[in-house]
Ligand binder design. Structure first.
Ligand SMILES: [Zn+2]
Length: 468
């Protein structure tokens, strides 16, 4: 079972719909029909897995509102049909008028399709199904208001070849920071790569009900268990040894040999957390984030190079300060308390006093962000700043995870080049384009790297601990 409330809140925030309207939209039933080829069957399974956390997936004998035909002819007279053609080069999704003779369904699937391309395709298909069915009559400012017709996704736009994806990757002295939606997606995608070695998963948080709307390895029955520990238990990547650690990166590094991590793979959910990770001066950073349901950002860098660091990409913004002030006001806390990564006993006591019905004990060790999202749904806290707190749908977090796995492949391939693309952003509702990859330079005002010509970049020079 999954938490439908979290999705309803997200849709309300993105569209301005009422709770009742959003609930109705998300009650839509989709039936997935697929051809007999192995790639079509696996693709259908992946799409269902992502869709069922957001909308209802109909069983073969149940009525449906939308039929998604993956390399197959339709078998229902649902009012909406979407056809998916799969080839070795990519996918094309078309909105077909039911009963029209003009569309010929492609039923010959390729015999071979790389698993990571397939999972990327599954995310885009799930998103397109949601946009077409839920997004109708959406406010023109919604991220999914304009649906491409047809939706053409070429695998070449991902910037890696199927051969690149087959190369073994050795992970050593590596920490995955965060064990939420993007981390779940990264590990799901990593199952299609040849990873070896060891990785630690670091996250102080426990599973909350809302996590089940997007985390493929968690469901409602896991509420209260440590996220990192659960991932280590459930993810099975032969060749990769996973160590779960239930604390934040700073505390974890104090216990590691040399008090460092050479490579961090970052999936945490806030700009502030990212800046504090940069403050730990890791030598290599790979990072993916989602901005509500509108954008995915992927970034990587290694020391020493000329590119932007995490703190340049996620620089402190005026909006962020406004958001903090808003949050502080709404929750009855100080700005300093808002910036505490996890709810401690003092903050829990204050929140319990401010919000009747909140049990202080049960929120200790959880994040304020989660608490705020929950209060947003239950009260009337949906404002401009509240919008930023909207959780992504499953396909978005997992697409970000797929991009992060692809970034790892690209990083390994190009890491000896000092000058390379290090930044990518994309809307999860539109096919990706290679042109969205670019090189981000250091921010002259960055507190960590600054301007190399004025000597302010010292903190980013290769720290001695990596020279040993
Ligand atoms: Zn920087």
């Amino acid at each position: 079972m999954y938490d439908t409330e979290e999705n309803i809140r997200t849709l309300m925030s993105a569209t301005g719909l009422s709770h009742e309207e959003a609930t109705k939209k998300l009650a839509i039933r989709v039936r997935v029909t697929c051809g007999n080829s192995v790639p079509a069957i696996k693709l259908a399974e992946d799409v269902q897995r992502l869709l069922e956390r957001t909308i209802a997936v109909a069983e073969p004998n149940e009525p449906c509102d939308v039929e998604l035909c993956i390399q197959a002819h339709p078998v229902t007279n649902a009012p909406m049909h979407l056809s998916v053609e799969v080839s070795i080069d990519g996918i094309v999704i078309r909105n077909v008028i039911p009963g029209s003779e003009s569309h010929s369904y492609e039923v010959d699937a390729p015999t071979d399709l790389h698993g990571l391309f397939r999972k990327a395709a599954a995310c885009y298909i799930a998103g397109h199904v949601i946009a077409c069915s839920v997004g109708q009559q959406a406010d023109a400012s919604s991220p999914f208001a304009i649906v491409p017709e047809p939706f053409v996704f070429n695998f070449a736009a991902l910037g890696v070849t199927a051969e690149d994806l087959e190369r073994p990757i050795q992970l050593t002295d590596t920490v995955l920071v965060g064990a939420g939606g993007v981390a779940n997606g990264f590990l799901w995608a990593a199952d299609e790569l040849k990873l070896h070695g060891e990785i630690a998963i670091v996250d102080p948080k426990k599973v909350s009900a809302g996590n089940s709307n997007r985390c493929l390895y968690f469901d409602l029955g896991d509420v209260g268990r440590g996220k990192a520990e659960l991932l280590a238990e459930r993810v099975n990547l032969p060749g990769l040894h996973i160590t779960p650690v239930q604390c934040d990166l700073h505390r974890h590094l104090a216990d590691r040999p040399g008090k460092k991590a050479t490579r961090v793979i970052v999936t945490t959910d806030s700009r502030r957390a990212r800046r504090s990770i940069q403050g730990e001066l890791p030598a290599e950073v790979l990072d993916a984030s989602t901005t509500d349901i509108s954008e995915i950002v992927v970034h990587s860098h290694s020391l020493p190079n000329e590119g932007a660091c995490l703190s340049c990409i996620y620089a402190h913004t005026h909006d962020e300060l406004q958001q903090d002030k808003h949050l502080a006001e709404k929750l009855g806390l100080t700005i300093e308390e808002i910036r505490t990564p996890l709810i401690d006993r003092g903050i829990a006591t204050k929140l319990a006093a401010n919000f009747p019905g909140v049990d202080a004990e049960s929120i200790i060790g959880t994040s304020l962000d989660t608490f705020y999202k929950k209060q947003c749904g239950e009260g009337a806290l949906l404002t401009k700043a509240g919008k930023q707190a909207a959780a992504p749908f499953a396909f978005i977090s997992n697409l970000a995870g797929v991009f992060l796995a692809l970034e790892l492949v690209r990083f390994e391939k190009n890491k000896n080049q000092s000058s390379r693309d290090n930044y990518f952003f994309a809307s999860p509702w539109q096919p990706p384009h290679r042109s969205l990859r670019r090189r981000r330079r250091r921010l002259p005002t960055c507190e960590f790297c600054g301007d190399p010509h004025t000597g302010k970049a010292l903190r980013l020079l290769w720290p001695e601990r990596y020279l040993a």
